[in-house]
Each structure stands twice: as structure tokens, then as C-alpha cells.
Design a protein around this ligand. Structure first.
Ligand code: ADP
Ligand code: MG
Length: 667
């Protein structure tokens, strides 16, 4: 006699939620049903260890998933501990729903946070997100247990009776609704299983009821009693006629007669039941780390290095974090950190658990103490989650500082790749910044890597407490050369992140000033002006300023006249450090490609070299036929080497260059 009854849930409440849930993560029922199968097997294994159950010799624990696109069904089959009728009653008919009731309580005040819903698991009942009808056939491992058949149409009413399952375990079949037919497509199924189940601890096999069976051929000694032999292939011995040493012809056997078997292709599990993060770090080889990285992140570039996290106390956490090779020309530096709970995938990049700056890394983290049904708002206020996040940050900082101390060569080698990440970390996480502070290095003009105190030491006698830096190698090449000639050092800070990072460094090191090498010219480049020449220089400077302002038609142009040691330098443009930073800020806060000068950010000064012949020439020929052109040309040259001529400016520059050469050639 079948037992019938009404499910103890208020279906008016639960269904709107399930429907809402449908907006995101439709596919999560795969995770729930497969992980239930895994749990059932794990429980049986525990019973075996406790001596309460004896495993038959030939039993292999596994979960089978069979998609059938003709019948529109998906079947989940496990050989775990199964359920008695009482258990189905308790766990499926009642408990699951009271679990859902709890969920309802929690959910009440978060009704408009759509995206969180997918992170609540409704366990077994998630099947009703995609199926109209669900059946369970189960037989408990317990001696004398009778099989149970359970089914429900729509998830609000059920029917339960004695079934006919002969082996212990549970088979659940989903009869998909019309909107969810994609899930009985074998390829879609594989995709979803790879997402959620890639590392579940029990072998998972996926097959399709409708696809043709595949075969393979194996050698005789490879045959096991699990293989289904389709055909025995007999290969006869191969012989050849050969001459022996005494010149007689002889038949020689080249390959012996042998038997091969055509067998049904052995199924391959979709998952790796023992992921690398579970192994002890000492037992993992470099190649294993690299191939794991390739497999999980589909990244053909090798990771630079990695950190294997392995912690039992005070919480349980394992994982591997990889430092990927970042593409420096590309601004979006997005990594992936996959979060697992006992080898069951939860989600990517949960920022409450993984500090934001670590999102640039790629990695896996398995933490069995985290709730499977991660709700973001619950995580935010969770002290435990904060501890995890702090632990991960600390480990990353330890790895880096350790490398700086004991493996400086590699640390320097990786620096160009990892520095944006480290700097981002400093800006985002104070504790990380403090830890890493002494391990920050700077590449100088010779390509050597210096710490901040090394840098200060280098410039000590010439420029106390200042560090010169290059923000754009191409734009500042003229200055780089001047610096080299003068024996003055500078460091490269050319990444986007360096602009806010320079501010950070100044804040952390109060007396230190960072100056871009095209900011106001250092006295190092200048000749000392004798007291008696000062008056004349001042008058000439005024004359030159007026001359250039008129020639260039720039009324407010800032002009400085200096006696530079290198007489070949005629003109340069400098940008004061303050306006440079202002411009950087503008760039960050406005649309990329917008010209910051639109906002009136000037701060440019035209520096003319009093020691240069051309400068002297225009000074002596204020009304000369070519003077105007030379002035314009000097300005454009300075702007060019500063990396900035407008398109119209460039057109004029080229035309004028031609004219000047014609004049020179007197044609
Ligand atoms: P949870 O897994 O969080 O307990 P579920 O709704 O997924 O919640 O499952 C409810 C209960 O039903 C499980 O705790 C388990 O006792 C039982 N159950 C579900 N699926 C299986 C299965 N394949 N084999 C044995 N028991 C199962
Ligand atoms: Mg479950």
C-alpha cells in the first residue's frame, strides 16, 4: 500500500523563491544532486572504517550520470548508503523542507538581492527548478532493508511505496520541464559538471543514453574483468625470410602471434578525486603544479610561482595560489580564485573571503568550514571569514618577503611582472603594505634593482631625500640621457599603478620626495652663473621670453633661460611635479583619451639653454628673416622630445622644417 501525503511546506511561499532562484544559477541542481551522492558514499566509507559495514570485493564507489535527450531525463546514480523508507520520510519529506523554512526566514528581508539567491542551496529540492517530476529509487545498505520508490510531481505532493532496487544506493531521475531541456544535452551536462564537480571526492561518470557506444582495442594482458569484450582479434605471427651467417635462407619470426581485444571504451571520470591541493607541498613536483594550473585555468602561459596553502588549525584551509604572468600593456588584470568546500565548487572570486587585491592571482581555495550556501551579506559580518582573508594575505606577504630575503635573484626576475600586484596590494591593504614595505624594489637606469634606501643613498650627495623617476620611457628619453651623462640616477615607475603608488610612498616615507625626471631641472645640469653676469642674463631672459611669446603666439608661455652644461641642448619642456600629478589624476578620473590640458592643467615651462648657439642667434637677430621660424622650431623640438605635439602642430612642424632647410640650402 503506497503511503501518500502532503509535503509539510507552504508551497505558496517556496515557489516564488525557487522561481526567483531560477534567474541565476539554473545549473546548480547538478552540484546538489552529485554532492548528495558523494555524501552518501562518504558516509558508507565511514561506516566501513567503523566496522559497521563490509565492502564487497568488487564494489567501486562511483556516481553515474546518464543524460537522455529522447526521454528528456537526467539520472543520478550512486552506490552509497541509500535510504530506508523512514529515512526518506525524515530527510526528504520533512527535514529538507524545514531546511527550506529556515531559508525562508533568512531570506525574508533580502528579497531584492537577486544575485544572492543562487548561493543558497536548497539541496535535493533544487531538482524542482528544472524538473516537473522527480523519482527516487533507493535501497539502504542495512541488512534486510526494503527498496523504496518515491516520486513527486511538481514538488508539493509525493507518493512513496516499496520499490524494486536491488543494489544498495540511490538513483534519482529528473523529468525535465520544457524550459530546462538544455541540461539533458550531454555537452551542456559536461560543462556544468566541470564547473561544479571537477574535484569532488568520488569518481563521476557521465554518459548519454542516446549516443553510440565507443570501443577501443587493448592488448591481452591489459584486460580486466570489468571490461566488456566485444571481439577477440587474433594477429598471426609475422615471419620474414632472411639469410643466416652461413648464407642459407631461413624463416625468422619478426613478431609473435598475439591476441587483442576490442572492448567497450572504458569510462573516464569527469573529475579528479584527489586534487593537488590535498597533497602535502613536499610531495608535489613543479610539473604537477604547472599542469594543474594549465588544466584548471586554461592558461597557456606558465605561472611565475605559487603558494601552497595548507592549514589545519585554527581553521581548515588548503589551496594553491598562482602568480600569473600579467600582461603589462593590458589594463584589466583579472585573476580567478575558485572557492571550494570539501572539493565542491562554491563560486569564483568571493570578495569577502579573498582580499580584493589578491583577485589578480589565480588559484583554488578549499575551506570545509565555510558554509556551502554562501550568502554574501552573511559573509560580510563573519569574523571567521575575516580571519581566513587575513591568513591568506599574510601567507602571500610571507612568500614574497621570504623570496626577497633568500631568493633575491628570482624575486628581481619576477619583479616586472608582479610589481603592479604588490603595489595594488599596498594601496588596498595596510597590513600587507606594512609587511611588504622593506621588500619593495625599484629598477634604476642601469637596470639594477634597488630598495628605497639604496635609491636615497645613490643620490645622497647630489639630491638629499629625493628619488627621480621615469614615468614614460619614450617621452622622457632626452632627460634619461641627460641624467646618464650627469651621473644622476633615476628609477622606472612607468605602470599606471605607479602614479597613485608614488603618492603612497611619500605618505609612508615622510621626508622623501619623488620627482619625475622632466620636472624642474636639477642644478646638476646647470653651469654656475658668475655674479657679474647675472644682470645681463636676466635682461636677455626677458628679451627671449618676449620674443618666444610673440613668435609662438602664446601670451602666457613660461620661459626660463638657463646656462646648461651641455651646449648641444637648445630647448626643453619641463613640467612641475605638482601639475604632472594633477594631470595623472585627471587621466584617471576622466574618460581615457581625453586631453587633460582641456582642464587647464598646464605647468609647462620652456627652458632655453643660454649656452646654445641657436638660442644666442635668435637673441642677436630678433628681427632676422628666420628668427620666428627658429623660435617655433625650438619650441616644437622641445615639445617633440617631451612627447607631445598636436596633430596640427606636427603638420606645421614638418612644413616649417622643409622651409628652413630650403633657406639653409639657399635655393
Ligand atoms: P543536505 O545535503 O544539506 O543535508 P539535501 O536536501 O541535499 O540537504 O538532502 C537532504 C538529505 O537527504 C540528506 O542529508 C541525506 O540524508 C538525504 N539524501 C539526499 N540524497 C541522498 C542520496 N543520494 N543518498 C542518500 N541520502 C540522500
Ligand atoms: Mg545536499
Amino acid at each position: 500500500m503506497a503511503k501518500t501525503g502532503s509535503l509539510t511546506i507552504n508551497s505558496e511561499n517556496i515557489f516564488p523563491i525557487i522561481k526567483k532562484w531560477l534567474y541565476s544559477d539554473h545549473d546548480i541542481f547538478y552540484r546538489e544532486l552529485v554532492s548528495n551522492g558523494c555524501d552518501a558514499i562518504t558516509k558508507l566509507k565511514k561506516l566501513e572504517i567503523m566496522g559497521e559495514w563490509q565492502k564487497p570485493e568488487d564494489l567501486d564507489f562511483k556516481i553515474e550520470i546518464i543524460t537522455d535527450s529522447n526521454e528528456k531525463t537526467i539520472t543520478f546514480k550512486d552506490n552509497g548508503l541509500g535510504m530506508t523508507m523512514e529515512e526518506v520520510d525524515e530527510y526528504i519529506n520533512q527535514i529538507a523542507f524545514s531546511g527550506a523554512q529556515d531559508f525562508l526566514e533568512k531570506y525574508k528581508d533580502k528579497a531584492n538581492e537577486d544575485q544572492i539567491i543562487g548561493h543558497f542551496g536548497l539541496g535535493f529540492y533544487s531538482a524542482f527548478m528544472v524538473a516537473d517530476r522527480v523519482t527516487i529509487d533507493t535501497l539502504s545498505y542495512k541488512e534486510g532493508a526494503s527498496p523504496v520508490h518515491w516520486e513527486s510531481d511538481g514538488g508539493t505532493e509525493y507518493e512513496m511505496e516499496e520499490g524494486d532496487k536491488a543494489e544498495a544506493g540511490t538513483t534519482i531521475t529528473l523529468y525535465l520541464n520544457e524550459e530546462s531541456l538544455e541540461f539533458c544535452n550531454e555537452y551542456r551536462a559536461k560543462e556544468v559538471l566541470e564547473k561544479y564537480c571537477s574535484f569532488m571526492p568520488v569518481a563521476i561518470y557521465l554518459s548519454s543514453a542516446s549516443s553510440e557506444p565507443e570501443y577501443e582495442t587493448i592488448e591481452k594482458d591489459e584486460l580486466t574483468d570489468k571490461d566488456t569484450v566485444i571481439e577477440t582479434i587474433v594477429e598471426e605471427a609475422k615471419t620474414e625470410e632472411k639469410e643466416n651467417e652461413s648464407g642459407e635462407k631461413e624463416i625468422v619470426e619478426v613478431s609473435p602471434a598475439r591476441e587483442k581485444y576490442k572492448i567497450k571504451k572504458r569510462p573516464v571520470p569527469v573529475n579528479d578525486t584527489n586534487p593537488l591541493w590535498n597533497k602535502h607541498p613536499n610531495d608535489c613536483t613543479e610539473e604537477e603544479y604547472k599542469s594543474f594550473y594549465r588544466k584548471v585555468f586554461h592558461d597557456y602561459k606558465e605561472p611565475l610561482f605559487w603558494i601552497h596553502l595548507n592549514m589545519d588549525y585554527p581553521f581548515n584551509l588548503k589551496g594553491i595560489l598562482y602568480f600569473p604572468k600579467l600582461n603589462l600593456n593590458y589594463d584589466s588584470l583579472d585573476g580567478t580564485i575558485k572557492l571550494y568546500n570539501s572539493q565542491v565548487f562554491i563560486a569564483d572570486n568571493i570578495k569577502e573571503v579573498i582580499p580584493e587585491f589578491l583577485m589578480l592571482l589565480k588559484g583554488v581555495i578549499d575551506c570545509p568550514d565555510l558554509p556551502l550556501n554562501v550568502s554574501r551579506s552573511a559573509l560580510q559580518n563573519d569574523g571567521f571569514v575575516k580571519k581566513i582573508s587575513d591568513y591568506i594575505t599574510k601567507k602571500v606577504a610571507d612568500k614574497l618577503t621570504g623570496m626577497f630575503k633568500t631568493d633575491r635573484e628570482n624575486y628581481e626576475k619576477y619583479w616586472d611582472d608582479i610589481n603592479p600586484f604588490i603595489k595594488f596590494g599596498c594601496l588596498k591593504d595596510e597590513k600587507f603594505g606594512e609587511k611588504i614595505n622593506d621588500s619593495l624594489i625599484f629598477k634604476n637606469l642601469e637596470g639594477k634593482y634597488l630598495t628605497l634606501s639604496d635609491c636615497l643613498e645613490e643620490n645622497k650627495d647630489k639630491h638629499e631625500n629625493s628619488v627621480f623617476y621615469i614615468s614614460d620611457e619614450k617621452e622622457q628619453s632626452q632627460y634619461i640621457n641627460m641624467f646618464k651623462e650627469a651621473g644622476l640616477d633615476a628609477v622606472y615607475l612607468t605602470h599606471n599603478i605607479d602614479s597613485p603608488f608614488v603618492g603612497y610612498l611619500e605618505q609612508k616615507n615622510e621626508n622623501v620626495k619623488f620627482l619625475c625626471i622632466n620636472s624642474d631641472l636639477s642644478d646638476i645640469f646647470k653651469e654656475e652663473v658668475k655674479e657679474e653676469d647675472k644682470e645681463a642674463l636676466k635682461a636677455d631672459a626677458e628679451a627671449l621670453t618676449e620674443l618666444f611669446r610673440k613668435a609662438l603666439n602664446k601670451e602666457h608661455l613660461d620661459v626660463k633661460v638657463e646656462k646648461l652644461k651641455n651646449e648641444n641642448v637648445s630647448s626643453m619642456i619641463t613640467v612641475s611635479e605638482e601639475s604632472r600629478r594633477m594631470q595623472e589624476m585627471m587621466k584617471m578620473y576622466t574618460m581615457p583619451g581625453m586631453d587633460p590640458s582641456m582642464f587647464g592643467a598646464g605647468g609647462e615651462t620652456l627652458v632655453l639653454n643660454y649656452n646654445n648657439k641657436l638660442v644666442q642667434y635668435v637673441l642677436g637677430h630678433k628681427d632676422g628673416a628666420h628668427t620666428n621660424s627658429i623660435c617655433e622650431q625650438l619650441y616644437d623640438l622641445a615639445a617633440l622630445s617631451h612627447g607631445s605635439l598636436t596633430p596640427e602642430g606636427m603638420t606645421k612642424f614638418i612644413a616649417r622644417s622643409n622651409e628652413l632647410m630650403i633657406a639653409m640650402a639657399e635655393v
